[in-house]
Design a protein around this ligand. Structure first.
Ligand SMILES: NC(=O)c1ccc[n+]([C@@H]2O[C@H](COP(=O)([O-])OP(=O)(O)OC[C@H]3O[C@@H](n4cnc5c(N)ncnc54)[C@H](OP(=O)(O)O)[C@@H]3O)[C@@H](O)[C@H]2O)c1
Length: 370
């Protein structure tokens, strides 16, 4: 029997790569439903190619309930949530409550609503398999020992296009500069998040939520070649690393097929040409977003939701060239300083998200009008 897959965010970077993965093994995977945002032309084309009926190829922008509905579709075995941003939250909850495997690329939903997602995850048969390459790596490394034997986990960061630059140099970088990621080709929002190291900060919170590991035991190391994606250090000092070429089709295939590995060598390394792998500590003073994310993660409650919402608004303003790159961290810090609360219920998270977006917009208006 083939596995039924729902792909939310099918027109994006992860969504199109997932369809490429599935296209290679159509006997084992069938696409049940698709959802996207604005790109309805590509959505219709994908639906036709993969035999998805028109009523199961929906735009989440036209119908806000579409994502959650499709995520609970009875024919779905796996729901790939590859929507960008907080808009992915209802689908994350719905897939887990319906007992699906959630192949999670949409980190923002888990970060903003960690305790709420944890409840949905514990409520039945639903499970999360991470798609983010670092978390997929950690998930793979954790197979080498018992949970009680883990000392710490290490997330690698490429350092983005601005690695090694000073604060003064960063004051004048442009949208085009920030969109030039050295090792990965991704959607615009995550590419900007990678340039500020907010992506790594969000991933620290994501790792805490996924694996239940304390923030003190999650470290970040800059590794510009993006060959090692994550590492787990065990109590005897043994460190297990997952290595592969930077190709998201590997973690996507694993999330779809786990515990089976996808029989395509997407990440195979040519050791004759690989060269040196290097490591350095992140510069937390210059790349403030990473430090802000650690602080928000440790604060808990709605702080991660506020961090993520303020960041989404600031990144969007940066992409619209309304604010400079360094202003992204300033806006996030200012909104976090205005307070956070408890995040026990979904209503708390929705409210925190709405308020944080409003506050970020005010902070941005004040800066862009001066
Ligand atoms: N790209 C990567 O390599 C990578 C790696 C790790 C994690 N991730 C995570 O994966 C997620 C997706 O990233 P991406 O790079 O693939 O982003 P992307 O290329 O910008 O694609 C985003 C997708 O979400 C859709 N979308 C946006 N708003 C929507 C809404 N309200 N309802 C339904 N669909 C909506 C977009 O549709 P339209 O284009 O049709 O508007 C598009 O299909 C993000 O959370 C990101 O952090 C990505």
């Amino acid at each position: 029997m083939s596995r039924g897959v729902v792909i939310l965010g099918s027109t994006g970077s992860i969504g199109t790569q997932a369809l490429d993965v599935i296209a290679r093994h159509r006997d084992e995977y069938r696409v049940v439903a698709l959802a996207a945002g604005r790109n309805t032309e590509l959505l219709a084309e994908q639906a036709q190619t993969f035999g998805v009926p028109a009523d199961l190829a929906r735009s989440g922008l036209d119908d806000p309930h579409a994502l959650a509905e499709l995520a609970a579709h009875p024919d779905a075995d796996v729901v790939l949530n590859a929507v960008v941003g907080f808009a992915g939250l209802p689908a994350t909850i719905s897939a887990l409550e319906a007992g699906k495997r959630l192949a999670l690329a949409n980190k923002e939903s888990l970060i903003a609503a960690g305790p709420v997602v944890a409840k949905a995850r514990a409520s039945g048969d639903g499970e999360i398999i991470p798609v983010d390459s670092e978390h997929s790596a950690i998930w793979q490394c954790l197979r080498s020992g018992r949970p009680s034997e883990v000392r710490r986990i290490l997330l690698t960061a490429s350092g983005g296009p601005f690695r090694g630059r000073s604060a003064a140099e960063l004051a004048t970088v442009t949208r085009a500069d920030a969109l030039k990621h050295p090792t990965w080709t991704m959607g615009a929002k995550i590419t900007i998040d990678s340039s500020t190291l907010m992506n790594k900060g969000l991933e620290v919170i994501e790792a805490h939520e996924l694996f239940g590991i304390d923030f003190d035991d999650i470290d970040v190391v800059v590794h510009p070649q993006s060959i090692i994606h994550g590492m787990v250090e065990f109590v005897d000092g043994a460190t297990i690393a997952q290595m592969s070429m930077p190709d998201m089709r590997l973690p996507i295939g694993l999330a779809l097929g786990a515990p089976e590995r996808f029989p395509e060598p997407f990440g195979a390394i040519d050791w004759q040409t690989l060269g040196a792998l290097t490591f350095e500590p992140p510069d937390l003073a210059t790349f403030r977003c990473l430090a802000l994310a650690y602080a928000a993660g440790r604060a808990g409650g709605t702080a991660p939701a506020v961090l993520s919402a303020a960041n989404e608004v600031a990144v969007s303003a940066f992409l619209d060239e309304r604010i400079g790159w360094t202003t992204i961290a300033e806006v996030v810090a200012e909104v976090l300083d205005q307070g956070t609360g408890n995040a026990d219920e979904i209503a708390d998270v929705l409210d925190a998200d709405r308020v944080a977006r409003g506050r970020a917009a005010v902070a941005i208006d004040r800066r862009s009008s001066t």
